[in-house]
Design a binder for this molecule. Structure first.
Ligand SMILES: Cc1cc2nc3c(=O)[nH]c(=O)nc-3n(C[C@H](O)[C@H](O)[C@H](O)COP(=O)(O)O)c2cc1C
Length: 342
């Protein structure tokens, strides 16, 4: 985010207070943040809060006569790298979808060349209303990036869809704007973390892998436009936004799931620390403490990478033979083709 100019639009939702934290996070990442607020937004959080957090003047009024604010509806978006509207009310979605310019925020968006990321937040029924859905679909068609609201408890006391997305998800949407989408169309399969090999119902053998490498790779691949499946051993890491995570415990489980998903992956990255050995026998009851030494008999786990390479090799070999057969068939066909009648 360093040095990125973010024009941050805040609208009149109960979730407006969350925008204050997001501005603060952007500033910590050394982005240059300028905040504009709708009149309703100023009823929820004061411009003073955003001014203090961003270190910049907050813009609220299209008709301000101050020298710095004159024509702000045109100048504000002029040098922005991205516009973020969060939270976005149903009313503001309607405004943007219809190209209205009746407040500073809407006019600035209309005058913008920069990409616009919109984070709706509202009551579940307001979100589900056909008009709101139509407006969202119009905005998507117009090229706005919509960060879908999440499902969960809402401020109104209901539970449903309409919660403002998490900052991690929104941050990824913003960062995706600033990197080349060179993995678009690729399906990347990544393994991460340790595996656990059970000794008995209470104990297991494992290793110190944190999973951070695989999770970081997954996040970056997603940011660069790939569809990403992350097959993960037990970790405490949060799911990277937009990544499908399949959780496994043992090396055998990981091998099984990798084989299943490898079929449609165009790139496979194996960052997991898979246990090389597993106990030969898993005790059905907790092994009792005894005076004598405990000796564990281990046997090797399947080498997932080697199995994959062998399978891919076999597939490549079959494809080669198939290609040869087709080429020969085509040659035959050409020689057998009847001469064109003149
Ligand atoms: C307490 C309260 C909470 C509100 N929360 C939301 C909300 O989360 N989402 C929404 O779309 N509207 C919400 N509204 C309604 C908007 O504030 C209202 O539609 C307003 O006109 C939006 O204007 P704006 O889009 O220009 O900011 C809320 C209103 C009140 C009084």
């Amino acid at each position: 985010m360093q040095g990125r100019k973010i024009l941050f639009g805040v609208t009149g939702s109960i979730a407006a207070f969350k925008a204050a934290g997001w501005v603060s996070s952007l500033v910590k990442e050394e982005a240059q943040v300028t905040v504009m607020m709708t009149e309703s937004a100023t009823r929820f959080v004061t411009p003073l809060t955003f001014g203090a957090l961003s270190g910049n003047q907050v813009h609220t009024d299209m008709f301000s006569t101050g020298a710095e604010e004159m024509m702000a509806h045109i100048t504000l978006s002029g040098d922005a790298d991205a516009i973020l509207i969060a939270p976005a009310t149903a009313h503001t979605l309607a405004r943007l979808a219809h190209g209205m310019a009746d407040n500073l925020l809407a006019a600035a968006v209309l005058a913008a060349a920069a990409p616009v990321v919109v984070c709706p937040a509202m009551n579940a029924k307001m979100l589900a209303h056909p008009t709101t859905q139509k407006n969202l679909s119009t905005l998507k068609k117009l090229g706005y990036i919509i960060v879908e609201p999440e499902c969960g408890p809402l401020a109104c006391g209901e539970v449903g869809s309409g919660r403002l997305a998490e900052w991690d998800t929104v941050r990824e949407a913003l960062l995706g704007l600033f990197v080349e989408q060179d993995l678009a169309g690729q399906h990347v399969l990544i393994t991460a973390g340790p595996t656990r090999e059970a000794l008995d119902p209470a104990r297991y053998l494992s290793n110190r892998s944190s999973g951070k490498m695989g999770y970081a790779l997954a996040r970056t691949a997603r940011r660069r436009g790939a569809e990403v499946t992350l097959i993960s051993g037990p970790t405490n890491l949060p799911t990277p936004p937009g990544v499908i995570v399949v959780s496994v415990q043992t090396a055998a489980e990981m091998a099984e799931v990798v084989k299943e998903h490898a079929r449609y992956a165009s790139i496979i990255v194996k960052a997991a620390a898979v246990a090389d050995f597993k106990p030969k026998k898993i005790a059905s009851l907790k092994i009792k403490k005894a005076g004598a030494d405990l000796r564990l008999e281990l046997e090797p786990n399947q080498d997932i990478l080697a199995t994959l390479a062998e399978r891919r090799g076999r597939i490549r070999c079959w494809l080669g033979l198939l290609q040869k057969a087709i080429t020969m068939r085509l040659k035959d066909d050409v020689s057998c083709r009847p001469k064109r009648l003149t």
